[in-house]
Design a protein around this ligand. Structure first.
Ligand SMILES: [Zn+2]
Length: 177
């Protein structure tokens, strides 16, 4: 795998670690333009009590509201921008990325429940769209790290559930299929 992609993905993983430390589902991302990170973000759905506050949309808000990064409204403001995200974008984010003309997406692990770049629906390219161009999305960059950090989160959560499962019975699975 191209080392430059791994380098950017490592920065996305650092954002996922930040999410984990904040008690959020650990997903992080960076947006890269002209060999530079122009925005980075992580999931903030719990903090903001808003299920749309995924890492990708947090970063997009930052990019579009910044006058230097987005000096004027254009149809495809992300056409020279590449996304690196630790988990395959969900259907919502995959659609937003297509509407904004993202150049390309690299991700860590697939998202079997909500994935919008092929796991559940191919919002990025398999689905025809009358206007917005397709984009390429490639997974597998630091995939094991992306899976492990999700497991670390899920093994410690649900303590607010009506009948919390005792943590003692939970074992962190460390092998990756
Ligand atoms: Zn999403």
């Amino acid at each position: 795998m191209d080392s430059i992609h791994l380098r950017w993905m490592k920065e996305a993983m650092a954002m996922a670690e930040e999410a984990l430390a904040a008690g959020e589902v650990p997903v992080g991302c960076v947006f890269v333009r002209d060999e530079k990170v122009i925005a980075k973000a992580r999931n903030r759905t719990n903090q903001l009590r808003n299920a749309t506050r995924h890492a990708e949309l947090e970063a997009i808000d930052e990019i579009l509201s910044d006058q230097t990064l987005t000096p004027q409204a254009t149809r495809y403001p992300l056409s020279t921008t590449t996304l690196y995200v630790t988990v395959e974008p969900c259907m919502m984010c995959a659609s937003a990325l297509r509407q904004l003309g993202i150049r390309e997406v690299f991700y860590g692990c697939g998202n079997e429940r909500f994935g919008g770049c092929g796991s559940v629906l191919g919002v990025n390219s398999d689905l025809d769209h009358p206007i917005h161009p397709a984009y390429k999305a490639t997974g597998g960059y630091y995939r094991e790290d992306a899976i492990m950090i999700l497991r670390r989160f899920y093994i410690s959560e649900n303590t607010n559930a009506p009948v919390p499962r005792p943590k003692v019975n939970r074992v962190l699975k460390t092998t990756i299929d």
